[in-house]
Design a binder for this molecule. Structure first.
Ligand code: NAP
Ligand code: F7E
Length: 329
């Protein structure tokens, strides 16, 4: 008798990482279940090209019944919990909701797994924002957390409840501590995409300035397409664990601007305006990760350099906007 294909449930499938992970899992022959929230209009831009190959299931991290029902009905082998309120500034405006999605939502899913089938392997999308006001550089799995936003605090809860369910109930529950990862599917509000999209708008004469906040902030930026492979590798290990996923390089927002404007032959200083509205109540000044454990145990390493990332994002936004302009001319 032939074995059935592996089945993975992805929460947050409509998001940046969800779309990349769905592609990777489909390529590997998985049956992919994508958990989506009911919305009055469909927001599947990132997964439109995959929609015929994904089984959509309706659920919400706020709704325990929906999680139990999905697991009972579809019996996945792996669950990738990518859903979250993921934009840091929104977490100050909606701190309680952020806690419900990003923190308690993790417990709801873990407990649904414990109840329905404790053999299901679980991936939690943890974040370098947990390191916040860093106490050690570079940051690794053992670096103590010091979150600087309600989002970061919620992610610390999500990380520890994952560890706790692993230790309490012997679940195969893994926490991937991923540093910033970007690409053309990044939401427009995040700084890298805001810059690449802004550069393309300026180049095409659709805007004449780009308003940003703290240009001195430094991040370890990688490409999302590379990082989802690490998620999958983590769930293929015999034992669950915690892993940092990062490039090991750090760059400032200013450097990102310089390279992005360079790509289209413009001088960033003529267009970028610092606007205090985009400063945060508490900032994460510098992040840089040490992914040597992921390299050693998972055999994972990033494939896309910082400059390649900037260029691919600017090129994609130019193509996107040129296409739209042609469509209306
Ligand atoms: P994203 O683009 O903002 O996507 C978030 C996803 O979560 C969307 O599909 C959203 O659905 C879904 N979602 C939000 N609240 C939900 C709820 N209550 N129930 C069900 N689904 C819900 O985020 P991303 O960049 O792909 O990141 C994926 C995960 O990794 C997140 O947990 C994020 O916090 C974490 N992370 C991201 C990075 C990074 O640099 N990208 C780094 C470390 C960790 P809708 O489309 O319906 O809104
Ligand atoms: O900000 C500075 C800002 O919003 C990066 C999420 O995926 O990665 C992401 O969180 C830096 C910050 O990402 C603007 O102050 C300057 O220092 O792109 P961001 P983030 O806050 O690092 C982590 C790992 C996650 O887990 C999160 O889910 O850029 N910055 N000027 C600005 N940021 C924004 N958004 N907009 C600006 O105008």
């Amino acid at each position: 008798m032939s074995k059935r294909a592996k089945r993975a449930l992805v929460t947050g499938i409509t998001g940046q990482d969800g779309s990349h992970l769905a592609e990777l899992l489909l390529d590997k022959g998985y049956e992919v279940l994508g958990m989506v929230r009911r919305t009055s209009t469909v927001n599947w831009e990132r997964i439109g090209h995959l929609q015929d190959r994904i089984t959509f299931v309706h659920g919400d991290l706020l709704d325990q019944v929906s999680l139990l029902t999905i697991l009972q009905e579809y019996q996945p082998d792996e669950v990738y919990n990518l859903a979250a309120q993921s934009f840091v500034p929104t977490s100050w405006q909606q701190p309680v909701l952020t806690g419900e999605f990003t923190a308690l939502g993790v417990t709801r899913m873990l407990d649904a797994i414990r109840t329905i089938n404790p053999e299901i392997r679980f991936y939690q999308a943890s974040s370098s924002e947990m390191f916040g006001k860093v106490v050690e550089t570079p940051q690794r799995e053992t670096t103590p957390f010091y979150p600087r936003s309600p989002y970061g605090v919620a992610k610390v809860y999500g990380h520890w409840i994952t560890v706790n369910y692993r230790e309490s109930y012997d679940l195969h529950a893994t926490s991937g501590i991923l540093f910033n990862h970007e690409g053309p599917r990044r939401g427009l509000e995040f700084v890298t995409r805001k810059i690449s999209h802004g550069v393309a708008r300026i180049k095409l004469g659709l805007a004449n300035e780009l308003r940003l906040g703290n240009l001195d902030a430094k991040r370890d930026w990688g490409y999302a397409g590379d990082y989802v492979e690490a998620m999958w590798l983590m769930l293929q290990q015999d034992s669950p664990d915690d892993y940092v996923v990062a490039t090991g390089e750090t760059h400032s927002v200013r450097e990102f601007c310089e390279l992005a404007f360079d790509r289209v032959g413009l001088d960033w200083e003529k267009y970028v305006v610092v606007d205090e509205r985009f400063f945060r109540p508490a900032e994460v000044d510098l992040l840089v990760g040490d992914a040597s454990k992921a390299r050693r145990v998972l055999g994972w390493e990033p494939k896309t350099s910082f400059e390649e990332l900037v260029n691919l994002m600017v090129d994609a936004d130019l193509a996107l906007l040129e296409g739209k302009l042609q469509g209306i001319s």
